[in-house]
Ligand binder design. Structure first.
Ligand code: FER
Length: 246
């Protein structure tokens, strides 16, 4: 395992690269956590291990304001995450050992995966949005965030969640401008969507809607799984492993 920082617009992003044993050249998957998440969460580790078992190298990176990366959580926005992800893709392109490149992310990282897939369609063999939180732009336009409501035409300075998190109004301003359908349309290659059908954070309907909108997507529902696949990590691992070995 190599641990290092990738520079992105003056911000150091904490990164870990792991390669499968006994391979010279191999595919690489970039793997991104969700909102308030980090690279050591159980579901991220499960996915990483399943990829390594399928002989795919994994580059886990923590985005602005998360984990051990620089930036303040309260000041993160989807534009900052997009800028970060583009820097990570740039870094991945420079690696000699990589055959095919993949992008995978959970929840807000899954939304990021959908956006960056559309922005860099030539770079990825496939993208893997897991429980993608692609309702965020829509709910921000409707005046909802973190389970609370606001006037979408008069964005508050700060938005608070019931469980103690808060975000700057700029998070909402940025989210309101994003139209995920445009980026769905731009990505014509293979998409694997994985989503728990008892997700309490991101409605499962969004996975079904994304599967229909993409030209070439397959949804693997994980029956009974919640947002982070607690008690369903084996099914999650199996979905990832079989995607890469088939
Ligand atoms: C929200 C609902 C879900 C939200 C973020 C999420 C910032 C993302 C969840 C995740 O990434 O796990 O209202 O607001």
């Amino acid at each position: 395992m190599e641990e290092f920082f990738i520079e992105s617009d003056g911000i150091k992003l904490h990164s870990k690269l792991e390669k499968p044993e006994g391979t010279d050249k191999c595919p690489l998957c970039i793997l991104i956590h969700g909102f308030t998440g980090h690279m050591e969460e159980d579901h991220i580790i499960a996915v990483k291990d399943a990829m390594l078992k399928a002989k795919v190298a994994v580059l886990r990176v923590e985005m602005y304001g998360h984990g051990q990366s620089e930036g303040e959580f309260e000041k993160h926005t989807l534009y900052k995450w997009v800028t970060n992800a583009l820097s990570v893709v740039d870094y991945a392109r420079s690696l000699d050992f990589v055959t095919d490149l993949y992008l995978c992310g959970h929840s807000q990282g899954g939304l990021l995966t959908m956006l960056v897939g559309g922005m860099c369609p030539d770079d990825f063999k496939a993208i893997i949005p897991m429980s993608p939180a692609w309702m965020i732009p829509e709910i921000c336009r409707a005046g909802m965030i973190l389970g609370t409501t606001f006037d979408p035409k008069h964005i508050p300075e700060k938005a608070y969640s019931n469980d103690g998190w808060w975000l700057c109004g700029d998070y909402i301003r940025v989210a309101q401008t994003i139209h995920v359908e445009d980026e769905i349309e731009r990505y014509e290659k293979e998409v694997l969507i994985i989503h728990g059908d008892e997700d309490e954070t991101v409605p499962f309907d969004y996975a079904e809607k994304a599967e229909k909108l993409y030209k070439n997507a397959k949804l693997i529902p994980i029956h009974g799984a919640d947002h982070c696949y607690v008690n369903h990590l084996e099914e999650l691992s199996e979905a990832i492993y079989s995607f890469f070995i088939n």
